[in-house]
Design a protein around this ligand. Structure first.
Ligand SMILES: NC(=O)c1ccc[n+]([C@@H]2O[C@H](COP(=O)([O-])OP(=O)(O)OC[C@H]3O[C@@H](n4cnc5c(N)ncnc54)[C@H](OP(=O)(O)O)[C@@H]3O)[C@@H](O)[C@H]2O)c1
Length: 284
């Protein structure tokens, strides 16, 4: 596994034409970062949405690029195709674009639970495929995206995917067998952390703090603690021990967390979400 924290490959995108199939929440976040970071030429960047009624609002959000509902038309001539429709929509969309594929095009899919083998089969050629699992903190350039290669993808294709996703945070290159677990941990993870922050803020209100101050304290404490883990490289348990003085306040709080089974509850949340990621493509 390799983890990269800074954009090292932005050259990999130079001159490339990108098409985003499904410029929704996640596709839109990526598109915005790539355009704002001037990593792509707007004249060579296109996107699609599912419904004609959505074209106008997507065009308002991305006025510099062409947006349509015609997937095949949008894929024609693209060097990179970013597939960001919902998992259950992916087969139909890929069948639509299959007749216009040309050699050398790279497909990058962010669809949760959809294996590269399914995408390769739907495209019906030796098209290189990279599967990615980003998360929504990408919107503030603090995402983490796991990347894995399909059967026909080479290192240069991973380099392009790294350049693309490093515009919204860190990347990690992983084995495909880990992708559902990554979906359950970092793909879904922001939701778990928002619940923790919300609960801490609620607790602040309970002990007499104004809500906006309580939310700020909870969010910055979460951010700072995460930064400590990343920057010191220390085990989280050691960092926790450093806050927990003998007979102090924190140990009483920690005891409550243990009694409330916070640890095992978070573990079970990730396990369930991982199982669901595995089922997604087959059940919808
Ligand atoms: N959101 C996350 O946290 C997250 C994290 C990691 C990965 N993902 C993956 O990202 C993908 C998109 O999720 P999302 O949350 O961004 O969903 P979303 O906001 O619903 O975006 C889906 C987009 O696909 C478009 N679309 C639907 N049918 C289409 C078609 N036939 N042709 C072209 N475009 C079509 C939709 O357009 P209309 O609005 O016109 O229908 C919409 O713009 C999913 O596969 C998901 O697993 C999401």
């Amino acid at each position: 596994m390799s983890i990269t924290t800074v954009a090292t490959n932005s050259q990999a995108l130079a001159g490339k034409a990108l098409t985003v199939l499904g410029a929704g929440k996640m596709g839109g976040i990526l598109l915005r970062a790539l355009l704002e970071g001037r990593l792509l030429d707007p004249a060579k960047t296109r996107a699609t949405v599912g419904f004609a009624e959505e074209v106008a609002s997507a065009s308002r959000a991305f006025p510099a690029i062409s947006i349509t509902t015609h997937n095949a038309e949008a894929v024609r001539g693209a060097d990179i195709v970013l597939v960001s429709v919902k998992p259950h929509q992916i087969t139909a969309v890929l069948e639509e674009v299959r007749p216009v594929l040309h050699p050398g095009q790279l497909f990058i899919s962010i669809a949760a639970g959809v294996p590269t083998s399914l995408i390769e089969k739907a495209l019906g050629s030796d098209t290189p495929v990279v599967r990615a699992m980003p998360n929504t903190p990408a919107a503030v350039r603090q995402g983490i995206t796991a990347l894995t290669k399909g059967k026909f993808a080479r290192d240069e294709h991973i380099a392009i995917a790294e350049a693309l996703f490093q515009s919204v945070g860190r990347t990690a290159v992983v084995d495909e067998k880990n992708m559902d677990a990554i979906t359950g941990l970092s793909g879904s993870g922001p939701a778990y952390i928002y619940i923790v922050i919300e609960a801490l803020a609620e607790a602040g209100v309970k002990v007499g703090l104004p809500r906006d101050l309580a939310t700020l304290l909870a969010a910055q404490t979460t951010l700072g603690s995460a930064q400590m883990v990343l920057e010191t490289g220390s085990h989280p348990a050691l960092l926790k021990d450093a806050v927990t003085t003998p007979a102090g306040c924190t140990v009483d709080g920690v005891m409550e967390l243990e009694e409330g089974k916070l640890r095992v509850t978070l573990i079970k949340a990730v396990v369930k979400a991982t199982q669901r990621a595995h089922e997604l493509v087959f059940t919808r």
